[in-house]
Write a protein that binds this ligand. Structure first.
Ligand SMILES: [Zn+2]
Ligand SMILES: [Zn+2]
Length: 123
């Protein structure tokens, strides 16, 4: 085997992962992001990074999508919370993320208000 073939093999990166939540096989190539870090169908992630893409976290537990936030430029970010250690991460959404699940997360506080909405009319 030639040296150049060995070098190419070492450079080859993981091309897919299996979602720990819904078991979908997911390609790491995602539109709009350099490294996909969550499942496009259920949006769950896995605690493998300390900072995005570094793969240096030892935890490895599932990370639940718990909320949507926005950057100053309007881009949506998913807040993930690790079910193993409670760490919170912010991750950019990808172009093929499930829009229904994204919206369900975004409107969750309004869909589950801690007080009757009729109270707003009395303010
Ligand atoms: Zn999934
Ligand atoms: Zn963790």
């Amino acid at each position: 085997m030639s040296t150049s073939t060995n070098a190419a093999r070492r450079r080859r990166r993981v091309s897919s992962f299996r979602c720990l939540n819904c078991r979908l096989d997911v390609s790491v190539d995602a539109p709009g992001t350099a490294h996909r870090n969550h499942c496009p169908t259920c949006l769950w992630s896995r605690h493998v990074d300390d900072t995005p893409g570094d793969r240096s976290a030892d935890c490895g537990a599932r990370m639940e999508p718990i909320a949507i936030t926005t950057r100053s430029d309007g881009e949506w970010l998913i807040i993930h919370r690790c079910v193993g250690c409670d760490e919170l991460h912010r991750n950019r959404i990808a172009g093929d993320d499930n829009v229904v699940v994204l919206f369900e997360l975004a409107v969750r506080p309004l869909a589950r208000t801690p007080f009757p909405l009729a109270q707003l009319a009395q303010l």
